[in-house]
Design a protein around this ligand. Structure first.
Ligand SMILES: Cc1ncc(C[n+]2csc(CCOP(=O)(O)OP(=O)(O)O)c2C)c(N)n1
Length: 357
């Protein structure tokens, strides 16, 4: 089944008035800064990993519009269940760059004290649930949180992020079915970046699109240009508003491309042609948004360059601060798991403080 692709930002940088979310100048600048920050973070984090200064990173270059556009549509009180590639959505929601970078170093600058694998963020204060490593396990969790909100009568929505590969899991189907049957306030946000590590999306599913799968569960599916920040924002805002108003779930498929490797442990040149990457690079979402801002007179060329430089400087400053923090204490190994430390962990903590093994 063919699904239309929603596009707001035209190739020449103008906007289709029918899909223009009519954001003000301040919002546009805020979003542009976040896109630049995310791109600068990616560039730096990959270098840090290559230099052995951090262990692991999952880049999202190429997916900035999908991340930032959708995350910006969330309101206070909404919940975010991310995958490992959604630092952009967290960032625009208010998760500080210093927390992202601190978690990568896993030292005393890390709010969760190195207890998680690198690139696995969380922050209770903004309802940012910890990244799930097993693909798509966050989906039933998100539906459960939405169901709880519905039972309580909370006026909130829950967004769950995942990739095209996630749609082949049992968790995806169980979550979609439950959400449809119980009308939970869930927005399923699929960043279709064309690959699940080395597996292209054409071998992931025989469906004409991912969005079309929503029909089988009795709710709306939408296909949006994931490199078009304005369209992504408008579509996600609409789906979240519908969810908060009791209209039930929506599946959004954001069509995008992962420009870098799957993670710092991957070499994409082994499974995808360079021409394909180069072709998608022409649709780079950061440049596309910049062209729109130039055309709309929100920035001029010089300001755009200055903002990009500021983003790189901010990343460099935050990296320096976080990298310079001391290691976490050994005792913290047994903290934050139980409200009251059980005897066996208390004993281990004593051993650790004494330097025993
Ligand atoms: C249940 C499970 N199976 C396999 C893996 C190994 N794995 C990690 S990421 C990944 C690909 C996921 O691709 P996709 O859902 O398209 O998201 P993307 O990485 O492209 O953002 C796989 C197979 C895993 N983490 N969990």
């Amino acid at each position: 089944m063919e699904m239309p692709l929603l596009v707001a930002l035209r190739e020449d940088g103008s906007v289709d008035p029918a899909l223009d979310p009519a954001l003000g100048r301040e919002d546009l600048l805020f979003l542009f800064r976040k896109m630049l920050l995310l791109r600068a973070l990616d560039d730096k984090a990959v270098i840090l990993q290559r230099a052995g200064r951090i262990g692991f990173y999952v880049p999202s270059s190429g997916q900035e519009a999908a991340e930032i556009g959708s995350g910006f549509a969330l309101k206070d009180g909404d919940w975010l269940f991310p995958s490992y590639r959604d630092q952009g959505a967290a960032l625009v929601r208010g998760y500080p760059l210093s927390s992202i970078v601190g978690q990568l170093f896993g030292n005393a600058s890390d709010a969760i004290k190195g207890h998680q694998m690198p690139n696995h963020w969380c922050d209770r204060s903004i309802n940012l649930v910890s990244v799930s490593s097993p693909v798509a396990t966050q989906l039933p969790q998100a539906v459960g949180a939405g169901y709880a909100a519905k039972l309580r009568g909370d006026n909130i929505a829950v967004i769950a992020y995942f990739g095209d590969g996630g749609t082949s899991t049992g968790d995806f189907h169980a979550a979609m079915n439950f959400a449809g049957v119980y009308g939970t306030p869930t927005v399923f946000f699929c960043s279709n970046n064309q690959y699940a590590i080395s597996l292209p999306v054409a071998r992931q599913t025989a469906s004409g699109s991912i969005a079309t799968k929503a029909a089988a569960y009795g709710f709306e599916g939408v296909r949006v240009d994931g490199n078009d920040l304005l369209a992504v924002y408008g579509v996600t805002r609409g789906a979240l508003e519908k969810a908060r108003a009791g209209g039930g779930p929506t599946l959004i498929e954001a069509l995008t491309y992962r420009m870098g490797p799957h993670s710092t442990s991957d070499d994409p040149t082994r499974y995808r042609p360079e021409e394909e990457r180069a072709d998608w690079a022409k649709r780079d979402p950061v440049r596309r948004f910049a062209e729109h801002l130039l055309r709309a007179g929100v920035v001029d060329g010089k300001t755009a360059e200055t903002l990009a430089e500021e983003a790189r400087e901010e990343v460099a400053r935050v990296v320096k601060e976080c990298e310079g923090a001391p290691p976490v204490s050994r005792e913290s190994l047994v903290e934050d798991v139980y409200a009251e430390t059980p005897w066996h962990l208390a004993e281990q903590r004593k051993l650790l403080s004494r330097g025993g093994g």
